[in-house]
Structures are given as structure tokens and as C-alpha cells.
Design a protein around this ligand. Structure first.
Ligand code: SAH
Length: 599
């Protein structure tokens, strides 16, 4: 829930724009009482007024970075959008960025990790399924990371670390400890080491009706203490479906945010090698509850802790075999070059990644944003190997961003990634000898839906055609098509056929890769073909390094194309029969002049 507070009419107008653009947002006149009511974990508060008013109002309400809502402040003219509180976990940084984007304002982000291009430990921990046991130590760990540009990590689990983290085998000198084991380290609130607990345990519970919450919690803690495992590593609680609404159990789970997983008696009775109790059977229909529930919920066939019985409660503990977070592959468009044309979504996808894969030129364009990441580059020709490497890392559980200039879905990496994944799927079908369930599923797949075992998403970018068109004026105002002149992957006769058809249909034509492999004959041949249909005075726009350093634009005609000026970094736009040039701008009319008198 986002509430946007305003004071004046000017503020109200800005609030209305934000309200319209965000889901689940409402604008309200500023009222300190309403602010107090909305001061709830997970909420977002946006203030359009002086920062001083906001700070004085919220000062008594601020409690804890884990629960405080996100607070964003902006001035009434909508020039600066300040992320004031709960930047990371609360989401104020990304909200400020989104609002700034919407209003064409400057986002003001002051959390140090964003500034330095280093990972935010809290986000990294969340993405890797690690529970932060002593969140008060986060800031000292972050300060050490900023000062030393590295952190020493002791880990006894299989978790992949960002490149700037350094593994150590000495617990005593570690800044961060990642372990399920409770006898490792001894974390005290605000002091290092920062203790991170992999959430890998399932606690199976059997309990009598009316078992008090206090006893349930005490029994679980006692059991874990005996086994020397950390409470913070609990992932979920499992039991029989009869206990789905058992008040003490439900309340315990709610307090700790543990999901409660339940199974019917018949299912529990199918688990082999578990002791059978007639008494439990009489009461529940299951011969045992805690042990089989723990194994079923964690997908393993052995128990870390068999069974401890307390007055009203029985506790068993299972541990997932491997600690692995699902891999992620995002295919990210970084736009034509300048930072301001990188979308906030692309920035976020880069931030969430631990590995970045891409052609060197693109990597250089985003270097300041990825200082902390592992980077894989292999020049231009290694596209297939590069994509394979990206997919392999994601399958191993890493969070990989594959970057492309412009848009990743236009003559770039998105297609190749999906082609490789599809080939893997087909391979699986043949070796498994069955039709795949995936191919029979109907409808479209949402961006976060796993594809071939990993979560794959495409983050769009500003393509060269958008960039070049913006520099030239409005050449793409009517139907257009894009054709790449590169014959590296497409036979030249196919390219010729498409050029002729596009010109014959009077499309505006965008030419990508006009100087493929350094040769000029392709662009000369393309212009000659189009000239067979369109008249010599048809406008031709050439934009070199659009929206990058060294940008150059030329507007010529089909009859006077300066071939020598066209290079690998150029996009060429050829107008249709209606395109005209006025004051150095190339304009393709939409048709308004026929409908309205524009003069
Ligand atoms: N995925 C990219 C296109 C890659 S193909 C996109 O969506 O923009 C490479 C071709 O794109 C180059 O040969 C050139 O024709 C064009 N291109 C890429 N960036 C450009 C820029 N900044 N200015 C002009 N053309 C560009």
C-alpha cells in the first residue's frame, strides 16, 4: 500500500500523476494522524513537501529498518525524489527511482552500497535464502565492505559468493559467518561477525490439541540446541492436516514467518522406516506425524534429528540435501550507451545479479554499476560459448545477467539464450522418450516462470532504432521495418529479397549493421535496390553512435548517401514516399494533415 501525501494544489497535481502510475496507491492530504496509521511494515509513504516537515513528523515513529515503511520525499515541482528511509528492504530506493523516472526527476539515493556499486548485504542475503540473525551488525559489515572493498566470509555451506567477498577458513577473523551450526561463532547484536543462516531446515511437529504456543516454541528451541543447529535456519514447519488450525502452532508460525506445510494421514503413512505408534494412530489416523511430515516437506528420506518428545509436543528435524537457490538468468538491454537511457528495471536486474556476461564494449558501458560482479567476456565471436556459460552458471544457482546493447530482443542475445534452452528441452524429451509437459501447457509464460529449470526474464532496452529516430526527429511515425545487413547468419539473397519487398510496400526502412565485417558493398547494394522503387530525393538519415559520446547525424537522400560516413556504429533510416525534411529534422507524417488543417 502506497500513500502519497500532499499539502498544496501543486503537490496534489504531482500526487495524482504518481497515484495513476502506481498500483495500489492513493493520494491524501497531509495529516500527521494518517501518517501514524499508515506507519506499518511493508507500506510505502511518499511525501510531496519539504523534507523538514517529513522528518519532524516521522521522527517519533521510526523504530527498526526491518519494519519501518519506505519513505520517499519529493519537492512540489517534482525535480528531486529522495529515498529517505528503508532504502533496501523497505523498497524506498526503487520507489524513488520509479517516481523519478515517471516525473523525469533526479532520484537521490544515499545508501552507500548503491553509490559504490557494491552489493547490498541485506539484498544479497535475501536473494540467497539466508536469514540474518543479527541485523544490527549489517551496518558495521557494510562499512567494512566499503572501506576494505572486501569482506572475509566463513561458510560451511555451498553458497556462491559475490566476487568481492573473500573466503576464509578461520572463523575468528571472519566478518560474516554462514552456517547452520549453532556452535559456530557467537554473534552479539551489533558486532561482527554478521551471522547468516541458510534456511534449510524443516521442523516436523506433532502436538496434542491445545498445545500452548510457548511449549511449542520451547520444544523446538530445546531440540535444536541439543543438535547444535540454529533456529534461524528453519525454513518451514510441517505437520498433519488435522493441525492446520491448531491455535498455538499457527500463532508460532505467524510470529516467525514460517510457512506451515501439512499432509493428510494417508500420505504420512506412506513414508517408510518410521516408528509406528498405535496411540497416535487412534488419535490422528497416522502412525507417526513429526518424522514423516518433516521428510515429506523437505523432500529427503532421512532425519537430522529423529524425534524428541515433550509434554504436548513431538519434534523432528530434516535438512534439505543441498543448499541451493534457484538460478536466475536475466537478459538485460542496456540501451544505446548513456547512463540516463538505462532503464530503472535494467539497473535493478544488474544489481540483483552476481555474474554479468556480455561483449566487452557493453561491459565497459556499465562498468561503474558492476564493480562487485564476476564478469565473463569473450569478444564478439564467442556468442554461443558466452550464452552457454551464462546458462550453465544459472543452472548452478548463480544469478546471471546477460547484457546486450540497445534491446536484448533485437539482433541480440535474447534469441540465442532461448534457442539454446529450447534445444536442451528437446534433447530432454528425446532422451526421456516422452512428450514434455511444458510443451503442452497453453497460453504464454510469464517472465518469472522457470524455463528449462531456471528463472529466465528479459528486460527491454532502448534500441538503436529508437535512439537514432529520436536524434533525427520523427522518421518512424508510420509503418516501418528493420533489416540487418549482416550476412554472417543470414544469406545475402534473403536480405535482398526483404529489402525489395519492404521498399515495394513503402515501409520506412531501418538498416542495422550497415557495415558488417567492415565491408561497404552491402550498404551500397541495399541503397541501389531501394532506389529501384523509391525516388532519389527520399530522405536518408544516418546516425553514428546515437546517444553515446561522439554522436553524429547526417540527413541525406537516396541519391546522395555519403557511404564513407557510415560505420559499424551507425543506424541508417530510409524514409517512405511521404517522409520529408524540415529544419534539419526528418519527419514521416502520420496522416494528420489529411484529417486536420495543420496550418
Ligand atoms: N540490440 C541492439 C542491436 C545490435 S546489432 C539494439 O537493439 O540496438 C548492432 C547494430 O546496431 C550496429 O551495427 C548499429 O547498426 C546498431 N547500433 C547499436 N547501437 C547503436 C548506436 N548507439 N547508434 C547507432 N547505431 C547503433
Amino acid at each position: 500500500m502506497t500513500t502519497i501525501f500532499f499539502i498544496t494544489n501543486a503537490g496534489k497535481a504531482v500526487a495524482a500523476r504518481i497515484e495513476a502510475a502506481l498500483n495500489d496507491a492513493s493520494a491524501a492530504r497531509f495529516d500527521p494522524e494518517l501518517v501514524r496509521q499508515q506507519w506499518q511494515p511493508g507500506n510505502k509513504l511518499v511525501f510531496i513537501m519539504a523534507a523538514g516537515i517529513v522528518i519532524r513528523t516521522i521522527a517519533p515513529l521510526i523504530a527498526d529498518k526491518k519494519t519501518d515503511p519506505a519513505v520517499v520525499v519529493l519537492d512540489e515541482s517534482g525535480q528531486h525524489v529522495i529515498s529517505l528511509l528503508s532504502g533496501h528492504l523497505g523498497g524506498a530506493n526503487s520507489l524513488a527511482q520509479n517516481i523519478a523516472h515517471l516525473l523525469d526527476a533526479v532520484p537521490v539515493i544515499t545508501t552507500a552500497s548503491d553509490v559504490a556499486g557494491l552489493p547490498a548485504l541485506d539484498i544479497w542475503a535475501r536473494n540467497n535464502n539466508l536469514f540474518i540473525e543479527n541485523p544490527d551488525a549489517l551496518s558495521s559489515a557494510m562499512i567494512r565492505l566499503l572501506n576494505n572493498r572486501s569482506l572475509r566470509i566463513f561458510s560451511d555451506c555451498d553458497v556462491s559468493l559475490p566476487a568481492v567477498f573473500e573466503r576464509t577458513t578461520e572463523q575468528d577473523s571472519a566478518d560474516v559467518i554462514i552456517s547452520v551450526s549453532d556452535d559456530v561463532g557467537d554473534a552479539v547484536a551489533a558486532e561482527l561477525p554478521l551471522m547468516l543462516r541458510p534456511r534449510v531446515l524443516t521442523v516436523g511437529i506433532g502436538c496434542n490439541r491445545g498445545a500452548p504456543e510457548r511449549e511449542i516454541e520451547a520444544s523446538i528451541r530445546a531440540t535444536l540446541r541439543i543438535a547444535n543447529i540454529a533456529f534461524g535456519s528453519i525454513r518451514n514447519i510441517a505437520t498433519i492436516d488435522l493441525k492446520e488450525e491448531e491455535p498455538g502452532l499457527v500463532s508460532f508460525c505467524r510470529n516467525h514467518n514460517f510457512p506451515l506445510v501439512t499432509f493428510p494421514a494417508a500420505r504420512l503413512n506412506m513414508v517408510p522406516n518410521v516408528g509406528r505408534s498405535e496411540t497416535v494412530f487412534k488419535a490422528t489416523g497416522a502412525y507417526a506425524v513429526a518424522e514423516p511430515a518433516a521428510m515429506l516437506a523437505s523432500g529427503v528420506d532421512w532425519l537430522l534429528v529423529d524425534k524428541y518428545k515433550y509434554q504436548n509436543v513431538t519434534v523432528s528435524v530434516a535438512r534439505q540435501e543441498v543448499f541451493r537457490t534457484p538460478g536466475m538468468l536475466s537478459i538485460v538491454g542496456i540501451g544505446p550507451g548513456r547512463a540516463e537511457h538505462l532503464t530503472p528495471a535494467a539497473r535493478m536486474a544488474l544489481r540483483e545479479a552476481d555474474t554479468v556476461v556480455g561483449y566487452d564494449t557493453y561491459i565497459e558501458m556499465i562498468r561503474p554499476l558492476i564493480a562487485d560482479k564476476d564478469v565473463l567476456t569473450t569478444g564478439m565471436t564467442g556468442e554461443v560459448e558466452r550464452c552457454r556459460a551464462a546458462i550453465d552458471s544459472a543452472r548452478k544457482g548463480r544469478r546471471v545477467a546477460v547484457v546486450s546493447g540497445g534491446d536484448p530482443g533485437i539482433y541480440a542475445m535474447a534469441g540465442l539464450v532461448f534457442e539454446l534452452l529450447s534445444a536442451d528441452e528437446r534433447e530432454k524429451e528425446t532422451t526421456e522418450g516422452t512428450g514434455s509437459a511444458a510443451s503442452s501447457s497453453s497460453g504464454f509464460s510469464l517472465p518469472s516462470v522457470p524455463f528449462s529449470g531456471i528463472s529466465v526474464s528479459v528486460v527491454p532496452g532502448v534500441s538503436a532504432l529508437n535512439a537514432a529516430a529520436s536524434v533525427l526527429g520523427a522518421p518512424l511515425m508510420h509503418d516501418f521495418c528493420a533489416i540487418s545487413l549482416s550476412d554472417r547468419l543470414t544469406p545475402w539473397d534473403v536480405i535482398e529479397r526483404r529489402l525489395i519487398a519492404a521498399a515495394a510496400a513503402d515501409f520506412v526502412i531501418v538498416l542495422y549493421n550497415p557495415k558488417s565485417r567492415g565491408r561497404t558493398e552491402h550498404i551500397e547494394a541495399a541503397i541501389a535496390l531501394i532506389s529501384q522503387v523509391q525516388i532519389p530525393s527520399t530522405p536518408v538519415g544516418i546516425v553514428k553512435a546515437a546517444l553515446r559520446d561522439g554522436q553524429q547525424a547526417i540527413i541525406a537522400t537516396l541519391g546522395t548517401v555519403p557511404f564513407g560516413e557510415i560505420d559499424m556504429q551507425s543506424t541508417v533510416i530510409i524514409g517512405n514516399s511521404k517522409t520529408f525534411v524540415c529544419n534539419g529534422r526528418m519527419i514521416t507524417p502520420r496522416g494528420y494533415e489529411d484529417k486536420y488543417d495543420l496550418a
